[in-house]
Design a protein around this ligand. Structure first.
Ligand code: GLN
Length: 191
């Protein structure tokens, strides 16, 4: 199973390591150009800076190919990746792939509280009762569409959302040792 990690900017290396931790046999490749999408079963869009990633996606001609890829294969977006997958972006508005019916507000926790590590109980992942969630200048999901299932919440807001074969996290599961979120994504990729 070959899975790509968009490697234009951000913490793509941590995602590649997390995918390998979740499944030792996963063939993980870095995606920097359109040709790298060929033969991939799924793709991760990492955290970083969504505006920068968007500019690089446009510069390398990846915007439309990524949208097309996501129309037929699973994509997992974390933090900036979640912003890029959303259908609507606020604060400020910016273009996005529109693969998941979500409205996200960027940097929505404000200056004081924009980065923290929390433990979330009551999630839908199974296994250990608590899930560590690392938030770094995270967005808040303000609205979810009908096809979205909330798998974890923090402060009353969805932070892990499943939408068909796509997965969105506003936190950084690749920075925690717990492999459950990446395992869930890989289970979608193998279907
Ligand atoms: N604040 C970033 C943005 O709006 C996202 C931060 C992250 O990915 N950790 O793009």
């Amino acid at each position: 199973m070959r899975v790509g990690v968009l490697a234009l900017q951000g913490d793509f290396e941590a995602h590649a390591a997390a995918l390998r931790r979740a499944c030792a046999s996963a063939d993980v490749v870095e995606v920097r150009q359109v040709a790298h999408l060929e033969g991939l079963a799924g793709l991760v869009i990492p955290g970083g800076e969504s505006t920068t990633m968007l500019k690089l996606m446009e510069y390398y001609g990846l915007f439309e190919p990524l949208r097309e890829f996501g129309s037929r294969r699973p994509v997992f977006g974390t933090c900036a990746g979640a912003i890029l997958l959303a259908s609507e972006v606020l604060n400020p508005a910016q273009a996005s792939l529109g693969l998941v019916d979500l409205t996200v507000e960027r940097n929505a926790y404000g200056r004081q509280l924009d980065s923290r590590v929390v433990r979330i109980a009551g999630h839908e992942l199974g296994g250990e009762p608590e899930l560590e969630a690392v938030f770094i200048r995270a967005p808040i999901i303000r609205h979810i569409g009908e096809g979205c299932q909330v798998l974890a919440q923090y402060g009353g807001d969805p932070v892990l959302v499943e939408a068909g074969s796509h997965l969105v996290a506003t936190f950084h599961p690749e920075l925690s040792s717990d492999p459950r979120v990446h395992s869930l994504f890989l289970s979608k990729v193998t279907v």
